[in-house]
Design a protein. Structure first.
Length: 325
């Protein structure tokens, strides 16, 4: 029996109806794999090895088998845990890094320990080196021919010059998530300087500026890619009225669509690089015809696409993992 671990936020904080990690755990259990959970605080390096306090997680069997989060009855728990055990990370066949950002130094330190597990033969999803190298905003610069005009800098004059050139610009932190700290600055906006000062911490931290893509009104399209292959349906996150952020966490509405030929071509082109970097599960964001972000840390939207299309995306990921372990 394969043993897999998920490095996650505390189990009781996960959204049982929407969380993609829960879908992955259920897919693993359906394959009769042992499922374990680890929080960042549970990891340690001791006696020459990367180790952790890990809890065995057993999902509600009917819930896991149905692949439908609505199958839980009122008041019914979706999981139970057995007593935590201190064990070497090398005792697992695969470890899934599913901790939500922020991508801070604690996150980086965690990838160091996961790299040691990888050296001991454990499959880590996604590859720790890939997590460190592929900042979800900055990684887009490697595919600048697919992206809207953009700049990364902490100097005010560079960021304001970009605004003067393009007149309608989105500014965002490089380590933000869920639509936080994203500002759209139109022409002659009197708050331009204070927004740049705030986001850069008075020129202490680089940020990204991208030309505003008006097709955001039609949705910020999340495309999931498993082992280099795009899932044939995407989730378009349509901003609520008065918003320009296409994030479900910011109140956007989700709408599932089939990939267009252009969207499929973008996903396949990026998929080649993902496979080389050991990034088995990635979510890319496309607005209009432009790539805007590449999400490698903890991509979501499995539940929404599965529900509308009758898919088993987490199962597809587990198939890819199974080939490697």
């Amino acid at each position: 029996m394969s043993k897999v671990a998920f490095v996650i936020d505390p189990l009781d904080t996960l959204n049982v109806k929407k969380d993609s990690t829960i879908a992955m755990m259920a897919a693993a259990q359906r394959r009769d794999w042992e499922v374990h959970s680890i929080c960042l605080r549970d990891l340690c390096w001791r006696d020459g090895k990367a180790s952790a306090f890990a809890e065995r997680v057993i999902l509600n069997e009917a819930f896991a088998e149905s692949r439908d989060p609505d199958s839980l009855k009122e008041g019914e728990f979706w999981y139970r845990v057995e007593k935590e055990v201190f064990r070497d990370l090398s005792s697992f066949d695969a470890i899934f890094m599913r901790k939500d950002p922020p991508f801070d130094m604690n996150y980086i330190y965690t990838t160091y320990m996961l790299s040691q597990a990888q050296q001991d033969g454990v499959l880590v999803v996604n590859d720790p080196q890939g997590l460190r190298d592929c900042n979800e905003k900055y990684y887009t610069t490697e595919f600048s021919d697919l992206a809207p005009p953009m700049v990364v800098s902490q100097r005010t004059e560079v960021l304001t010059d970009f605004h003067n050139e393009h007149r309608d610009v989105v500014y965002k932190k490089l380590d933000g998530m869920g639509g936080t700290s994203i500002f759209r600055m139109r022409e002659d906006d009197p708050n331009l300087n204070v927004v740049i000062e705030t986001l850069t911490g008075n020129e202490s931290n680089p940020i990204m500026a991208q030309k505003f893509v008006p097709e955001i009104a039609e949705g910020d399209k999340r495309i999931l890619i498993v082992d280099g292959e795009p899932i044939p349906y995407l989730l378009a996150r349509i901003p609520k009225q008065g918003e320009t952020r296409g994030n479900l966490a910011a109140g956007a509405r989700g709408e599932v669509r089939a990939l267009s030929e252009h969207e499929n071509a973008i996903a396949r082109e990026l998929g080649l690089d993902f496979v080389e970097r050991g990034l088995l599960f990635v979510g890319i964001d496309v607005i209009g015809d432009y790539l805007t972000e590449v999400n490698v840390t903890c991509p979501t939207c499995i539940r929404e696409i599965d529900h509308m299309c009758g898919l088993d995306i987490a199962g597809t990921l587990m198939d890819a993992v199974s080939k490697r372990i």
